[in-house]
Design a protein around this ligand. Structure first.
Ligand code: ADP
Ligand code: MG
Length: 270
């Protein structure tokens, strides 16, 4: 059976796309899926660092697309976890080095060998974004509970609809219940009310995410933490399991949350 392409995007930079991509890939591989992550942040690659695979890179996606090496030669296979692979971005090239048709063809080849292709999208809504969404069967929009992030996500959701993509699902990253409670940060229901797409999960702010990235150990591999648990649950939901939004949920979020999550209105999602 052919694999599925899931693109992780946001509009805004720094909200956690790369962190989410890397950790979901690890979580899905732990659940037994054959996963490849595709770093499309050409010129600003980071996914290799989140995965701790930077020292294993020999070739990159542009080498494959320009025909210098075969796909198999450029794929980095994780030695710690069966089923996890990375196709790195080129560090010294620009986003214009590849186009949507080439990425789509590449993903078709990857889908023949993998259950899931996770694409880490660059920030912005220009060519890098268009390359990242072109092959997507599903899209995940990552936001932080801040006005600028939500506004950019809203624009991205519109662009996805214009491009004929299925309605994306939402991950709210770096959620801080104390700040939300005080009204210093948008609350979960506020975010859902504005964006009106289906909630896939909430990842709490967790200092260990930064520490783990600096150590080259994805949070999900580093042992149990609030963020690791959240990533595992999101991975299960991506596979179609019905996992209620409970364990990540500081008391005050949940009661209001479910009603919004169950009634997304935009783009005719579900
Ligand atoms: P993007 O790919 O959207 O630019 P990154 O994944 O590179 O964003 O994340 C930006 C920064 O935020 C990184 O330093 C990362 O470690 C940190 N970060 C991401 N998610 C979390 C989280 N849940 N808790 C704490 N820090 C996080
Ligand atoms: Mg990134």
């Amino acid at each position: 059976m052919a694999g599925k392409v899931v693109t992780i995007t946001s509009g805004k930079g720094g909200v956690g796309k790369t962190t989410v991509t890397g950790n979901l890939a690890v979580a899905l591989a732990r659940l037994g899926e054959r996963v490849v992550c595709l770093d499309l942040d050409i010129g600003l690659r980071n996914l290799d660092l989140v995965l701790g695979l930077e020292n294993r890179i020999v070739y990159d996606i542009v080498d494959v697309i320009e025909g210098r090496v075969r796909l198999r030669q450029a794929l980095v296979k994780d030695k710690r976890l069966e089923g996890l692979h990375l196709l790195p971005a080129a560090q010294w090239r620009e986003k214009h080095a590849i186009n949507a048709l080439q990425v789509t063809r590449l993903c078709k080849d990857l889908c023949a060998e993998f259950d899931l292709v996770l694409i880490d999208s660059p920030a912005g809504i220009e060519i890098g974004f268009r390359n990242a969404i072109a092959p997507a069967d599903q899209v995940i929009v990552v936001v932080t509970p801040e006005v600028s992030s939500i506004r950019d996500a809203d624009r991205v959701i519109e662009l996805l609809a214009d491009a004929g993509k299925p309605a994306p699902r939402l991950i709210i990253n770096r959620a801080r219940s104390a700040m939300m409670k005080k009204g210093d940060m948008l609350d979960i229901p506020d975010v859902l009310e504005i964006l009106r797409i289906q909630l896939l999960g909430i990842v709490p702010e967790d200092q260990r995410v930064i520490a783990n990235t600096n150590m080259g150990t994805p949070t999900v591999m580093a042992g149990s933490s609030a963020a690791a648990l959240a990533f595992m649950e999101i991975a299960r939901r991506l596979r179609g399991e019905n996992i209620p939004m409970t364990s990540q949920d500081p008391r005050n979020w949940l009661s209001r949350l479910t009603s919004f999550a169950d009634h997304p209105k935009k783009n005719g999602n579900n």
